[in-house]
Structures are given as structure tokens and as C-alpha cells.
Write a protein that binds this ligand. Structure first.
Ligand SMILES: O=C(O)CCC(=O)C(=O)O
Ligand SMILES: [Mn+2]
Length: 267
């Protein structure tokens, strides 16, 4: 396998032929009897916020109370701090209590003002905002998938960092290094984020502070448990049903609210 990596979302797995030997690719083709699943898309908008707006957001985030060292990992040292508004997803049982955050209640207005245009842009509805504070270039995020259904929108402000995206299917392969410049928006799409992992390596050069502002819809059931904690398939299906029913109902209700508001504005 060669060592170069693209940084743009690929349109298909075809680009892997550049990196894999013909034998490796033929083996994968053969293993995936149904054919390869579609490539998980992501969208990066580098200048989603103008420099001034990014600076203002950085200053507002810097004033927020309640940041706490946090990790979702059972083994990694906590090296970022977090504050969460709206529902907070459950932690794996092995995550030390001291590194778990709880919800700080409802979102302050400056975050709601960021959420609204994202919901309009992607026709989706969020109910939570997680803010991660990375104090310097030494903080990192281990490679993982998020557990929520639906879109994930992440706005970055502050020091430059990169996300590494890794295919989880059909094989483990880091396929993109995504530049998270200040003011950028990175969006993962429903279901597709489950086919890849995202993580942030330590910075190679000394770097300053960075905030990640992450909007998601987190159904109540996911604040209590994980599908992989289910004791059997029936319980896993019950969790899935509850998760999807709440999520779908919230998406429909949110769309109706947006439509009603748009109609009122055009009157
Ligand atoms: O802090 C970040 O940049 C990403 C964190 C993340 O992926 C998560 O908390 O699920
Ligand atoms: Mn994540």
C-alpha cells in the first residue's frame, strides 16, 4: 500500500485502486459479495464563518462556564474539556466517572443562532450542542463513530487542526485528512457517518487553543444506554426502534416549525 492520502471526499472507492495493489482490491471485491457499500460522504465548508464571526464565536465560547475534562474513551487520557447543552449521550461503562460531563441545560442564545441556519441548510433538527475545548496541539480525539442518528455539524474556531477519516467498511483505511481551519463547518450525513471513523491526531507543530462546536439530535434512549450494551437482539431492536421513532418525529416536527415560520415571514 502506498502512503499518499486524498483530502477531498471521494466519489467512490475507485480511488483506493491508487493505494492498493490489484490483488488487494480484487480480494475486497470478492469479499463484498453484494458489491461495495456507497462511500460515506462528508461536506467541508472552509469559510462557513467569516474571520470576524469566527473570532467573536471564539470569544463567546471562551466565556462559557462549566468546561470539564472529558473523554469518551476507556483508555485514553482526557486531554480536552467539554460543556454540553441539551441531552448528553450515555458513556461506555468503562469511562471513569470523573471524565463524564452532564448536560448544562438549554443552549445559550448565541449557540441557538448558529444552530438555526444549519437546520435550514440541511433540513434537519438538532437538540444538543457539545463544545470541546482543545487547550493546545497536544490534545487529540481517538478514532470513533458517534452513536446518534442523523446529521452531525461541527464548526471549528481557533487553532488549525485536522480530522482523519477512516473507512470502517469494507476495511479499515484512513481515506481523508480534513483541514479544520477556524470558521470551517464539517458535516456528516445520516447513517453514512456509521461507515467511517473520525479522529484528531496531535498537532505536529505547537498549536494554540481550538473549540469544536458539535450539533446533533440525541434521542432520550441514547442518554441512558448503547445498542451494544443490549443483552440480546430483541433488546437491541427495541433500542433502535425507540431511537428512530423519536428522531423521525423530531425531524418532522422541526420541518413543520421551519415551514410555518417561513410562511409567516412571507405574509
Ligand atoms: O473535539 C472534536 O473536534 C471532535 C470530538 C468528537 O468527535 C466527539 O466528541 O464525538
Ligand atoms: Mn465524534
Amino acid at each position: 500500500m502506498k502512503n499518499r492520502r486524498p483530502i477531498q471526499p471521494p466519489e467512490s472507492y475507485e480511488h483506493l485502486r491508487e493505494f492498493l495493489t490489484a490483488e488487494e482490491f480484487a480480494k475486497i471485491d470478492a469479499e463484498m459479495k453484494q458489491g461495495l457499500p456507497p462511500v460515506p460522504r462528508f461536506e467541508l465548508i472552509p469559510g462557513f464563518l467569516e474571520a470576524d464571526a469566527a473570532k467573536t464565536l471564539f470569544d463567546e465560547l471562551n466565556q462559557l462556564p462549566g468546561f470539564k475534562f472529558e473523554t469518551g474513551s476507556c483508555t485514553d487520557e482526557a486531554c480536552h474539556l467539554t460543556v454540553q447543552y441539551g441531552p448528553r449521550q450515555a458513556y461506555n461503562d468503562c469511562v471513569p466517572e470523573v471524565y463524564r460531563v452532564v448536560s448544562s441545560g438549554s443552549m445559550p442564545p448565541f449557540l441557538t443562532a448558529l444552530q438555526t441556519p444549519l437546520e435550514e441548510k440541511y433540513d434537519c433538527t438538532f437538540n444538543s450542542c457539545q463544545i470541546n475545548l482543545h487547550p493546545d496541539g497536544n490534545s487529540h480525539v481517538f478514532s470513533h463513530k458517534d452513536s446518534n442518528p442523523g446529521h452531525i455539524c461541527q464548526i471549528s474556531v481557533g487553532a488549525y487542526r485536522e480530522f482523519t477519516l477512516t473507512y470502517a467498511l469494507p476495511f479499515f483505511f484512513p481515506f481523508a485528512h480534513v483541514p479544520l481551519a477556524s470558521g470551517s463547518l464539517l458535516t456528516f450525513f445520516p447513517k453514512e457517518q456509521h461507515r467511517m471513523h473520525h479522529g484528531m491526531k496531535k498537532s505536529k507543530t505547537p498549536g494554540g487553543m481550538k473549540f469544536s462546536v458539535i450539533f446533533r439530535y440525541i434521542p432520550a434512549i441514547l442518554t441512558k444506554t448503547f445498542i451494544k450494551n443490549a443483552k440480546d437482539a430483541a433488546e437491541a431492536n427495541q433500542i433502535r426502534r425507540e431511537r428512530d421513532a423519536e428522531y423521525e418525529a423530531a425531524q418532522i416536527a422541526g420541518r413543520e416549525r421551519r415551514l410555518a415560520l417561513a410562511n409567516k415571514e412571507t405574509l
